[in-house]
Ligand binder design. Structure first.
Ligand SMILES: NC(=O)C1=CN([C@@H]2O[C@H](COP(=O)(O)OP(=O)(O)OC[C@H]3O[C@@H](n4cnc5c(N)ncnc54)[C@H](OP(=O)(O)O)[C@@H]3O)[C@@H](O)[C@H]2O)C=CC1
Ligand SMILES: O=C(O)CCCC(=O)O
Length: 492
């Protein structure tokens, strides 16, 4: 591919390059525009509608107006429309992947993988739409019948990050639509193009006007739109994926309207390798977990704890593999790590690296900022608990390796954080596998694996990593209200 031409010139279906906002089935230019850039080259890709608080109010009203007809459809009717959306997402996997690599930077193969992953939530919840079952309960006297029904919560908002431009949208929107709720989506400023193309495919699939609205916005307008969404009595639920800091703001802003919130926030994932682990398998898992999306996922291993008996062997084998990783433009053949999303992200990796070096860590491989927004995949040995990388999510390709002696010490270090999203450990001792799994204060534990997410598992965290679960049959619970019916027998 010619790296000087826009990567979007190769779209098979150029009409998937949507740059306007979607409200009530209409594509709108918006009061102003903002630019979207390719993080690999800095090239401007498009200018996109920049919506503000008034547009948010309009979108919420449109969603509310569309709600009765959408919830009035049978589960099967909603399911069939979602299934068609899934088919269209998959039929356009390559174009969606191209848009994603262009605006987000992840390697093209990884981006196409995210399209399949994102689409799988639509497929899954198309099926789950038909299983929003109620209950009958034992009566407490013979003149009453007791029932429980589950009804759509109402207008939902989805506020999503740049690191998974499609999957974080479908993981929220598909269960909402399946349950019978309309949605207002506010995608990340840095990655609106994949979201807009997915919305176009939703329209082609037959999702009615007003049921799915999408409001691209720049940073300042995102804050203003967030305020409107939180203050609205019409919006009954917000699902947010992003930083813990913004999650706290949304929670505080939603207190006056007592809104239901699903929050998928920051992580600080420990990755523990015990002496009895299969080291080659642990190395594979660490590479997959640490360097996926250039380290920019909330479930990426952030702290690697390796027991003293295998520490040197692990560090040497891990660093040897990391040295072979090709960094570059995600469209280049063989590249497995693209650029970081923005200069501030590169600065954060550098800050964590400098801090660790100043406190005694050694660079085993990598350690350099490359041109533009690229950073070498880096491994540090001799990491200690007083370093920034032990406390904060680096969100980049830096792997600090800590040494530990005992199981208790590893568990205590792993749990010594306000976060509790994903955790990982490697061991072949069955007793230890159960003990450590139960002791880790995390919503998810990967045991002898480095990748854990798929559409039919409950994804989510404990402590300050968030509230609620996405995916799986639990995912739909966020979008329904439980109603108890107590039916008296008037005839006696
Ligand atoms: N848990 C996770 O998966 C993620 C964690 N992060 C962490 O957060 C750090 C910062 O990343 P960043 O992208 O800035 O994450 P943010 O939490 O700032 O952004 C996530 C989403 O929230 C929007 N947003 C930001 N502020 C508000 C607000 N006050 N009201 C409503 N919406 C708002 C953003 O819009 P806009 O894009 O327009 O600012 C974006 O759509 C990362 O370095 C990483 O550590 C980031 C992304 C995902
Ligand atoms: O990083 C995130 O925002 C969560 C998505 C990661 C995944 O689904 O594996």
């Amino acid at each position: 591919m010619d790296m000087k031409a826009s990567p979007l010139s190769l779209l098979k279906d150029p009409t998937l390059l949507k740059t306007d906002a979607l409200i009530d089935g209409q594509w709108l230019k918006g009061p102003s525009r903002f630019d979207v850039h390719d993080p690999a080259t800095g090239m401007k890709l498009a200018d996109v509608a920049n919506l503000g608080p008034r547009d948010a109010e309009q979108a919420i009203a449109a969603a509310n107006a569309a709600w009765p007809a959408w919830r009035g459809k049978t589960a099967k009717e909603r399911s069939l429309i979602l299934r068609k959306w899934y088919d269209l997402l998959m039929a356009n996997q390559e174009d969606l992947g191209r848009l994603m690599t262009a605006e987000q930077g992840k390697p093209f193969a990884e981006a196409k993988g995210e399209v399949a992953y994102g689409a799988s939530f639509v497929e899954w919840f198309a099926e789950e739409a038909k299983r929003i079952n109620g209950e009958t309960l034992p009566q407490f006297d013979n003149n009453r019948r007791l029932l429980v029904i589950r009804q759509p919560i109402g207008v939902c908002a989805a506020i999503t990050p740049w690191n998974f431009p499609l999957a974080m949208i479908t993981r929220k929107v598909a269960p909402a639509l399946a349950a019978g709720c309309p949605v207002v989506i506010k995608p990340a400023e840095l990655t609106p193009l994949t979201a807009l193309a997915a919305a176009e495919l939703a329209m082609r699939a037959g999702i009615p006007p007003g049921v799915l609205n999408l409001l691209p916005a720049d940073g300042a307008n995102s804050i203003a739109i967030g305020k409107v969404i939180c203050a609205s009595d019409t919006v009954r639920h917000i699902s947010f994926t992003g930083s813990t800091e913004v999650g706290r703001i949304l929670m505080a802003q939603s207190a006056p309207t007592v809104k239901k919130l699903s929050l998928e926030l920051g992580g600080n994932a420990p990755f523990i390798v015990f002496d009895d682990a299969d080291i080659d398998s642990a190395v594979e898992g660490a590479i997959a977990s640490k360097y996926r999306n250039a380290g920019q996922t909330c479930v990426c291993a952030n702290r690697l704890y390796v027991q003293e008996g295998v520490y040197d062997q692990f560090v040497q084998k891990f660093a040897a593999k990391v040295r072979t990783m090709k960094v570059g433009n995600g469209f280049e053949e063989g590249v497995v790590q693209g650029p970081l999303i923005e200069p501030a992200a590169v600065d954060k990796v550098q800050k964590h690296l400098d801090d660790a070096k100043a406190k005694g860590a050694q660079v085993v491989t990598g350690g350099s900022r490359l041109q533009g927004q690229f950073f070498e995949p880096t491994v540090l040995s001799g990491a200690t608990g007083d370093m920034l990388c032990a406390r904060e999510e680096t969100f980049g390709p830096l792997a600090p390796v800590f040494k530990f002696k005992s199981e208790q010490e590893a568990i205590a270090a792993a749990n010594d954080t306000e976060f509790g999203l994903a955790s990982y450990f490697y061991s072949r001792d069955v007793g230890r596998i159960f003990r450590v799994s139960e002791a880790l204060e995390y919503g998810m534990v990967g045991i002898n694996v480095g990748i854990i997410a798929t559409e039919h598992v409950p994804f989510g965290g404990v402590k300050q990593s968030g509230l609620g679960r996405e995916g799986s049959h639990h995912g739909i619970d966020e979008y329904v209200e439980i109603k108890y019916l107590c039916v008296g027998d008037v005839l006696k």
